[in-house]
Design a protein around this ligand. Structure first.
Ligand SMILES: Nc1ncnc2c1ncn2[C@@H]1O[C@H](COP(=O)(O)OP(=O)(O)OP(=O)(O)O)[C@@H](O)[C@H]1O
Ligand SMILES: [Zn+2]
Ligand SMILES: [Zn+2]
Length: 805
């Protein structure tokens, strides 16, 4: 019998991938299994930490006395064998710690929370007692560590043994339970009990009759008292007399319980859809680990392809996972999947309360849900026997996590596909360049839906040159042609969508006369405005210059920060079109839970004529009566200091254009821009993804950017700017000799928003084609910087970062 457990411990300040051995107390030896969480003593003193059991051993080669496991948190493993194996791969490929990976796979409520407390020691001086503890036996660390000075003072006291930092494990996952009734008496005993009740006690008789119908099952107390018309007081009496027991039963919180989703039937596929479904289903049947790229124009019916392929997996007794960028933004998708698969569907996304998420997660873990729809972290859903993984809008950057482990859900999906031997479908109208390039090489199999369903044409797109418009209408957000089109839709009772691009607000300057954006002379990337230093900086190479007062290109004085808010746009539109009914969707109007879905439902039911919004309205919406789409400012994303700026702009314009004319009536799109000749805008005008792909690949090739190069970003942050900067320069010295001469290292440079949360950020970008030493070097870096983390400096490693800001 296993007596030793290998435990991955969670020590926030001293992470390691090496498991520690613990004795399993005799009483638990048959219970403890890999994948369970346990609480173990760690280090000296009374410190307790949480950990995951990785493995069981009969013996240990450790000589000393092994400490014993203190408590078992779970009654059954929370990480299955697949998840345990995945932590190892994920930690290696993202340069993070296994414990962080293990926790990422669980719903937030199940992650260990620690309360960090300061406690006095036997060596605490009287002054420290008075100033820090003020007579208390412990004080919260965060209260005491308000300033950098306070932190360094605490570190000094800790080093001198005057204070102890103490971590308290908290487990916050709570099941929701309900009181239910249950009887242990036989039918004969219940009948006998009836004789003991006086004849007038109708309620008690009803109670006994009711209990007799239960056949030993439990029934919620509320349902019981409604069904048999007995009061709670009578049930209490029954419990006293020993007729029944009150028990707590678990109930699931169902986030979609109140919604009225109509069941749907599979649609008759068109020939292109049929080809796609046939290919995918054949890979499910084989089974094969093929990765498909489903490249289908907006409104081509990709969703129906996903649904019918998923149905094929279910028909084989397998499960299906469908990833979507952010469900709260696309409530329509959840409805479609639930409509087709009903109760078999579990939904995981950030819009749910943590309790709801926990319940959905357990339904999946227990095999009660065969289909999972969810955002990024749903890629870890504990589905067994996977038959298909679908990733909708695969180009979306929300699939990449910003904090450690900095994983991309696509990478995890591909790993799981190999584990389960099942296909993956990556779907998009605008695939990421990386994905499309892989399909070109034959790594992914490309499936194309070239036409919209029912031969609907893609909308006509007009580009409006705002430099000319500005000369005529000065400061308006609306060009003359767009206004005419809006009025026209009002007259015809059709709907319009207006998008205001808020990405990259005011962080760059643009000439309103010639559209000029200031670029770095070395990198051909836009310079970013830094108001703190009043300079323009390049975030790739560090180049810096003063903010221009006149346009370097045309000498106009109309050079300014570009930007305008949704609220201002709404106001102006109400002036211009007083009769229009307008809905505004932005961060302000959608903060409340469910607000998104509500506003969209309102628009969908025809309660408004115009929907104004930020990027959040660009994607996935399928409203038949929308025939006009207007983009107020196509340029803001173009000005970002990021080599993906053109790709993002093309993608956004194509996606938002795709909202127009999806049903019988044809659509029209107006794109307002200061750069009417930019290739990203031209290709979007012609719905020409393939043309854009070829052109952009050349640009990337010339600039030495992905997918021709791999990139890794390393950031350092500290409360003290000098410490962060100095550490980055040391890091550069340390890295250079360890990496191949052909590898390019850019920086260090301060990050565009150099100071966030009182911390200063500096970054280095490594670009390489082949770098045999990378893995070893970065793993060493990860482990060595642990010591510095303790002193407040934080190092982050990001493989293939999606944002360079
Ligand atoms: N075979 C079909 N016959 C009839 N209607 C269909 C068929 N396939 C899909 N549709 C309908 O066409 C519309 C567009 O489909 P869908 O929303 O799946 O497009 P999409 O490719 O996901 O577009 P986008 O990329 O813009 O989100 C939907 O209303 C859908 O119900
Ligand atoms: Zn100019
Ligand atoms: Zn530069």
């Amino acid at each position: 019998m296993a007596q030793i457990a290998q435990v991955l411990v969670d020590v926030p300040t001293m992470q390691t991938n090496r498991p520690y051995s613990y004795q399993i107390p005799a009483a638990w030896q048959s219970q403890v299994q890999p994948g369970m969480r346990v609480v173990v003593p760690f280090g000296r003193g009374k410190r307790r930490v949480q950990g995951f059991v990785l493995k069981l051993d009969e013996t240990t080669n450790y000589d000393g006395d092994l400490k014993a496991i203190d408590a078992v948190v779970d009654l059954a493993p929370v990480l299955n064998p697949e998840a345990l194996e995945m932590t190892e791969w994920l930690a290696e490929s993202t340069f993070s710690f296994r414990i962080t990976c293990a926790q990422t796979m669980l719903p937030a409520v199940m992650r260990a929370k620690y309360e960090k407390q300061l406690r006095p020691t036997s060596q605490t001086s009287a002054t420290v007692e008075q100033t820090l503890f003020k007579g208390h036996s412990e004080v919260p660390f965060d209260d005491a560590a308000q300033t950098p000075q306070a932190v360094s003072e605490l570190l000094r006291l800790q080093a001198a043994g005057q204070v102890d930092v103490y971590y308290q494990v908290k487990n916050q996952a709570r099941r929701k339970t309900q009181v239910a009734v249950k009887t242990t008496l036989t039918t004969a005993e219940l009948v006998a009990a009836e004789k003991t009740v006086r004849t007038g006690a109708h309620q008690q008789l009803a109670l006994l009759k009711g209990l007799a119908t239960l056949n030993g099952e439990t029934l919620a107390q509320k349902a019981f008292s409604e069904r048999f018309k007995v009061s709670e007081a009578t049930i209490r009496t029954g419990a006293k007399k020993g007729w029944l027991k009150k028990v707590a039963v678990e109930v699931y919180r169902d986030p979609y319980a109140t919604s009225d989703i109509q069941p749907t039937q599979p649609l008759q596929l068109n020939p292109e859809q049929q080809v796609a479904v046939d290919q995918i289903v054949s890979a499910i049947d084989q089974p094969a680990t093929t990765t498909f790229l489903l490249e289908g124009v907006t409104g081509s019916g990709k969703t129906e392809v996903y649904l019918q392929s998923m149905a094929a997996a279910l028909a084989q007794g397998k499960t299906a996972l469908m990833l979507v960028p952010e469900i709260s933004l696309t409530p329509q998708m959840v409805r479609r999947v639930k409509g087709r698969f009903g109760k078999a569907v579990a939904v995981l996304h950030s819009g749910l309360s943590s309790g709801e998420k926990y319940d959905e997660w357990r339904r999946i873990q227990r095999g009660e849900a065969q289909v999972v729809v969810g955002a990024r972290s749903a890629v870890f859903a504990p589905l067994t026997n996977l038959g298909l993984i679908v990733m909708d809008e695969e180009h979306e950057s929300t699939y990449k996590q910003d904090d450690a482990p900095r994983y991309h859900a696509r990478q995890v999906a591909l790993w799981r596909s190999r584990y389960h031997n099942c296909p993956v479908v990556l779907g998009s109208a605008t695939p990421s360049l990386e994905t499309r390039a892989r399909a070109e090489k034959g790594v992914y199999q490309r499936l194309v839906l070239a036409d919209r369903v029912n031969q609907r044409p893609l909308p006509q797109v007009s580009i409006i040159d705002m430099k000319k418009e500005m000369q005529q209408h000065a400061e308006s957000n609306f060009s003359a042609p767009l206004l005419v089109a809006l009025q026209d839709r009002l007259d015809r009772h059709e709907q319009s969508v207006l998008m205001l691009n808020r990405r990259g607000y005011s962080s760059f300057v643009l000439c309103r006369d010639c559209g000029f954006v200031l670029k770095c002379p070395n990198c051909d990337i836009s310079l970013t405005l830094h108001m703190d230093t009043h300079t323009m900086k390049c975030h790739y190479c560090g180049h810096e210059e003063p903010i221009p007062r006149v346009c370097p290109n045309c000498h106009s004085r109309q050079i300014r920060y570009y930007g305008t808010g949704t609220e201002k746009v709404e106001e102006e539109l109400r002036d211009l079109l007083p009769d229009a009914r307008i809905i505004r969707m932005d961060n302000d109007t959608t903060r409340k839970k469910g607000a998104h879905a509500k506003l969209l439902a309102q628009f969908g039911s025809g309660d408004a004529d115009i929907l104004i919004g930020t990027q959040m309205i660009a994607k996935g919406l399928d409203f038949p009566n929308v025939t006009l789409v207007g983009v107020l400012n196509a340029d803001t994303a173009l000005g970002l200091p990021d080599f993906r700026a053109s790709e993002r702009t093309f993608e956004l314009l194509t996606q938002v254009s795709g909202r127009a004319g999806r049903a019988e009536k044809s659509g029209h799109v107006y794109i307002q821009t200061f750069n009417p000749d930019h290739y990203a805008i031209r290709f979007a005008q012609h719905h020409d993804y393939e043309g854009f792909f070829k052109y952009e690949m050349q640009v990337r090739h010339q600039g030495g950017y992905p997918p021709y190069y791999f990139t890794v970003q390393i950031t350092a942050s500290d409360l003290d700017e000098a410490v962060a900067a100095k550490r980055m320069y040391q890091l550069l010295q340390w890295l250079r000799p360890r990496l191949a001469p052909s590898t390019i290292i850019l920086g260090p440079t301060p990050k565009p928003i150099a100071r966030v949360n009182r911390r200063y950020y500096y970054q280095i970008v490594i670009k390489y084609k082949q770098e045999p030493n990378l893995e070893k070097t970065l793993t060493t870096l990860l482990h060595e910087t642990q010591v510095q983390q303790r002193q407040g400096l934080q190092i982050g490693i990001d493989v293939e970062p999606l944002h360079f800001m």
